[in-house]
Design a protein around this ligand. Structure first.
Ligand code: AMP
Ligand code: MG
Length: 545
């Protein structure tokens, strides 16, 4: 007779309806051994997750659990922890790691692949949606190269919290179901200075319609494996782009590939516009970290702009060239799309349609950026004749003194511009005081320039003539009050490393409603405290995770 636990497990297994289309339809690596190697002619290798001695739940996302039709009771159970650390496979799970390549920091890096990500399969939920489940940090795979296949708690908490925060900000992203500590130490040299130390290990269960990246296509083209390239592209079009109306590979023509590429360009443009809107810096926009669905993927050394500095990058590995700095993200996305275009070129056979989609990336980016800025500033529509200059000057004013981007836009929404004389006379920096990091920078020069900008801005608002309240609502709907400030994540990590997981849940809860005033949580909307300015994890991060 089945024990209570087994019965419960059965219920869960019934809830999770696996339909593993990726492994069913795409070529597999015939080698079943789990040792590091070059894998050719295949999209994935079967691999078993590592077994961990003492897994413990740190947190889970109730919204993602709901997407998967998982009950709260199951999420609070030991079975949940055992399942999403990878110790227990449910019926229908078929674990595998995928093969991909990529350009890292502008250079072709050859085969990369899921070195520490193990896919469990895809479930179809009760609404008929397909969700792929992937464990990050569940052990080495054939793609692990020189590394251990593991992840540490600090980076797992950062991925878990940020992917959920991004979702609630309305930004396309992979999701995270859970973060579980493994009970086993993982050695990391956080500063690459020859002083490795043991850190708690953890596993995140990521959830997305698909984890396919630009690099998945690049690897086959680089090896001349055009047949596998075609299979993967056809699969992606039929599975991940069902709205293109193609249901079988036989219906696919050269035009289908170009239509598909065009949509990838637009989705990527819209994703990056969102990043620019909220001040998110991905940190490692390598082509292997670019999702084919235009989702934000691979949360590593990302960061949030605190003082508005377009040249800022959180990634210490990139500190020198700053390739992935905030202001450069739109161009890098385009560069990555060019690499992706090269990868699928053999399927299309002509350059013009691909080039025209790359142009449309730029147009789509420009348009989306303009309408995003219009919303941020509370205009009905973007009007280039006036707004180009206003945006340019705002960019300069924000950089004149260290200004917190998030606080600035929320404060801007609270200003009244009805009486022009008051705008000019007022010492507005006093109104913005919470946004400034170094009050001694507020020189007369700055005051004059800020007032001039506010005066121009006020005049521009009068043209639209929106009631103040409407403008405020409009602005607050796109300018978050709460973001995952780098130091907040670090405080939650510090506590979690001591075994106290409460702040992880508290932040998860806070970031569910990032645009709402949450008066009892005001402290989380404050600018970065001074102690965090140079602390690792708060202002700078390495790739070591
Ligand atoms: P990332 O910088 O996290 O996007 O990773 C780049 C590549 O390195 C991917 O192929 C990862 O799977 C791999 N990788 C990163 N960290 C590890 C690790 N600890 N063990 C195995 N592979 C890793
Ligand atoms: Mg990656």
């Amino acid at each position: 007779m089945a024990s209570f636990n087994e019965t419960k497990l059965l219920t869960v297994a019934e809830a999770l309806q696996f339909d593993n289309r990726f492994t069913r339809e795409l070529p597999a690596d015939p080698n079943l051994e789990n040792h590091r190697r070059q894998v050719t002619g295949a999209c994935y290798s079967k691999v078993q997750p590592k077994q961990f001695e003492a897994p413990r739940l740190v947190a889970y996302s109730p919204e993602v659990a709901t997407l998967l039709d998982l009950s709260g009771r199951f999420c609070a159970s030991k079975e949940f922890v055992q399942t999403f650390v990878g110790n227990r496979l449910l019926p229908g799970m078929d674990p595998y790691a995928t093969c991909y390549g990529g350009h890292q920091f502008g250079n072709w890096a050859g085969q990369l692949g899921d070195g520490r990500a193990i896919n469990l399969g895809e479930v179809i939920n009760q609404s008929g949606e397909r969700w792929a489940l992937q464990l990050k940090g569940a052990g080495a795979t054939p793609y692990a190269r020189m590394a251990d296949g593991l992840a540490v708690l600090r980076s797992s908490i950062r991925e878990f919290l940020c992917s959920e925060a991004m979702h609630h900000l309305g930004i396309p992203t992979t999701r995270a179901l859970s973060v579980v500590t493994t009970g086993e130490p993982v050695e990391r040299d956080m500063f690459y200075d020859g002083n490795p130390k043991d850190e708690p290990g953890a596993v995140v269960c990521r959830v997305a319609p698909s984890f396919t990246r630009f690099g998945h296509f690049q690897i086959f083209t680089s090896r001349g494996e055009i047949d596998v390239l075609r299979q993967l592209a056809n699969y992606t079009i039929c599975t991940d782009y069902p709205h293109l109306g193609v249901h079988s590979a036989t219906e696919i023509t050269e035009d289908t590939y170009t239509t598909w590429f065009d949509e990838v360009c637009r989705r990527t443009a819209r994703m990056v516009v969102h990043w620019q809107r909220v001040g998110f810096v991905h940190g490692v926009m390598n082509t292997d970290n670019m999702s084919i669905l235009g989702l934000t993927i691979d949360y590593g050394p990302y960061g949030w702009l605190e003082d508005y500095d377009p040249n800022w990058t959180p990634n210490t590995t990139d500190a020198h060239g700053r390739r992935y700095r905030f202001a450069h993200q739109p161009q890098i996305a385009l560069w990555n799309l060019v690499q992706f275009a090269r990868a699928i070129y053999p399927l299309v056979g002509k350059a013009e349609p691909l080039e025209s989609s790359l142009d449309s990336y730029q147009k789509c980016f420009e348009q989306s950026w303009q309408s995003m800025m219009a919303q941020k500033l509370g205009f009905v529509e973007y009007e280039p004749t006036t707004d180009d200059a206003l945006c340019k000057e705002l960019d300069a004013v924000l950089q004149m003194v260290e200004t917190d981007m998030t606080i600035f836009y929320r404060k801007l929404a609270t200003m009244e511009f009805n009486d022009r004389q008051t705008v000019l006379d007022k010492k507005w920096s006093a109104h913005l005081v919470e946004a400034y990091y170094s009050p001694e920078q507020l020189t007369d020069d700055y005051e004059t320039r800020l007032n001039k900008w506010l005066d121009d801005y006020g005049k521009r608002l009068q043209k639209d003539d929106l009631p103040t309240e409407r403008r405020r609502e409009r602005m607050n709907a796109v300018n978050p009050k709460y973001v995952l400030r780098n130091y907040l994540a670090q405080l939650a990590i510090d506590k979690a490393e001591q075994g106290d997981h409460t702040m992880v849940s508290e932040l998860l809860d806070l970031l569910r409603r990032p645009y709402d005033e949450q008066p009892e949580k005001e402290e989380f909307a404050q600018k970065r405290p001074d102690w965090a300015r140079h602390r690792a994890g708060c202002s700078m991060l390495s790739c070591s995770s």
